[in-house]
Design a protein around this ligand. Structure first.
Ligand code: F6P
Length: 509
């Protein structure tokens, strides 16, 4: 059902009008309201009371979800029905994080290989070569779980800009370096180019590439053709989309970094979130309520951006991961039947880790006329890898800053005499906290954001599992790759493209 055909959508508009006079000051001391606008799952707590909404707003969002049969749609998703309609595939990443899946051949082979790499003292550096979903998820999780890292050093190279690979390799020794080429399709231009550079680097140093490469892919025959040995190729199902794939063999670098036990804890956290989303009525369902708010801001308030600010330095790549998850999934203009939509879908997802962000763009978030809703994420405690009291105190300062920002956004501060010091307030934030960023808690958090994406996609009636929007640029790059001079340009390219090619130095072509 399209959002505008959902009978509750019009009521949500009316409800929004009825909230126009609501000021945060009027409700800020109301603890019954605060509780009614709070959601939780064990130690994961989401406080929505700094939004200018009322408990009835969430009730209506739950009705919106029920009218769109979100529970039925989630059931179909979990049951493995074909939800990716354009590519005629089921969506299988949730099944990769079940206990049963871990006893499968491929995960077992992956765990054995991971142990071999971890135990091999001759290996100093592991370089994952991949891009998009074959990079962002594993890189973000590896960074987030730094305190649990007891394997070899892992690097992530994604950009075809040669400096990305070069800067990693300049400090590495060929004999002691292992590459994992991660690519679902094993055709992605950037990844294949970087993999070829890496192979040339090894060969030049007299190393046989065979024992230095492993591959993670849903196209094992292509990896074999490229030259990776069969026993070093780790597969995953076609139904696991790139941006949802860190739970599968794509998580190999994570497993090498933190070991199988912790990798499984990550999966368990995600699996518990799956169960929550699958079995919890909409009004108490973390993902559905957060998705409802995405729709509320995008389609009722017409907000084009949504910020995610993690107050956890090790989660500094979280927003980049969530950005791909949400924008590549829901940045669409047609519904699941291919009909043009008459409303906007994914907001621009952006953000940075706090507190750095406070000393940068938070100025605009506090005082610019346009409002950007935010998620503020904060673990209550650091992972206990530093027990030193002074380090603990710094963590307290971090949390206090997260809280202070949420309060300042919501409350504002009137200053009629000095307009440049006036803070309007009423700037909405969801305050999301959990005990500590353990593998389990991280898995649960990531699965939450995946399900927010999927639930919003259901509400917008878009296919959250394809990404045809990336194709045109890829094919233009392909058409340009054989151009040697401006006069060779295929006709489809503009005068601006020709002018740029003319500016290139001869040795760049
Ligand atoms: O170009 C977009 C995309 O297809 C993403 O969806 C995907 O995560 C990324 O490229 C990498 O693709 P692959 O894993 O096939 O190399």
């Amino acid at each position: 059902m399209r959002l505008t055909d959902n009978p509750v959508f019009a009521r949500l508009h009316d409800h929004h009008k009825s909230l126009r006079g609501l000021r945060f000051d009027d409700v800020k001391d109301n603890s019954a309201r605060q509780q009614a606008l709070s959601l939780s799952l064990d130690d994961l707590a989401i406080d929505l009371s700094r939004h200018l909404i009322q408990p009835e707003t969430l009730d209506l969002l739950a009705e919106l979800a029920d009218a769109a049969d979100l529970s039925g749609q989630f059931e179909a998703l979990f049951a493995g029905e074909v939800m990716n309609v354009t590519e005629q595939r089921p969506v299988l990443h949730m099944s990769a994080r079940t206990a049963e899946a871990l006893s499968g051949d491929e995960p077992r082979k992956m765990a054995i290989f991971s142990d071999v790499l971890r135990g091999d003292k001759s290996i100093k550096d592991i370089v994952n070569i991949g891009i998009g979903g074959s990079d962002l998820g594993p890189a973000m999780v590896t960074k987030a779980l730094a305190p649990f890292h007891d394997g070899p050093k892992i690097h992530f190279v994604s950009n075809v800009d040669p400096s990305h690979l070069y800067d990693v390799l300049k400090n590495a020794t060929p004999e002691r370096t292992q590459f994992i080429v991660t690519s679902k399709t094993f055709t992605t231009q950037e990844t294949m180019k970087n993999a070829a550079l890496a192979r040339a680097w090894l060969t030049k140093a007299g190393c046989s590439a065979d024992r230095h490469f492993a591959a993670v892919t849903a196209a094992p025959e292509k990896a074999e053709e490229w030259g990776v040995e069969r026993d070093r190729i780790f597969g995953f199902a076609d139904g696991i989309g790139g941006r949802y794939s860190l739970w599968s063999a794509v998580g190999l670098p994570i497993m090498v970094a933190v070991g199988t036990k912790r990798f499984y804890e990550l999966l368990k956290g995600a699996h518990d979130m799956d169960n929550h989303v699958r079995s919890t009525p909409a009004r108490d369902n973390l993902a559905i309520m957060m998705a409802g708010l995405r729709i509320y801001y995008r389609n009722i308030e017409n907000r084009s951006a949504y910020g995610i600010m993690a107050y956890d330095q090790r989660l500094s790549d979280f927003t980049r991961w969530a950005q791909q998850t949400e924008m590549e999934s829901n940045g669409k203009s047609v519904d699941r039947k291919g009909k043009r939509l008459d409303y906007f879908t994914s907001p621009i997802i952006w953000g940075e880790a706090g507190t750095g962000a406070q000393h940068s763009f938070f100025q605009a978030l506090h005082q610019e006329a346009d409002i950007c809703p935010l998620d503020i994420l904060a673990p209550l405690q650091p992972v206990p890898d530093y027990r030193d009291e002074s380090f603990q105190q710094s963590h307290k300062m971090l949390l206090i800053n997260a809280l202070a920002q949420a309060e300042a956004f919501a409350q504002g501060q009137v200053n009629d005499k000095e307009p440049h010091r006036h803070f309007e307030g009423g700037r909405p934030t969801s305050f999301i906290s959990w005990r500590a960023t353990t593998p389990y808690a991280l898995g649960r958090l990531l699965a939450l954001y995946e399900h927010i994406t999927i639930a919003s996609g259901f509400l917008w009636d878009v296919n959250s599992f394809d990404q045809f929007g990336v194709e045109l640029g890829k094919s233009m790059a392909h058409a340009l790759s054989s151009v040697n001079e401006a006069d060779d340009m295929p006709e489809q390219f503009s005068a601006a493209a020709k002018a740029f090619i003319k500016r290139l130095p001869k040795d760049a072509l």
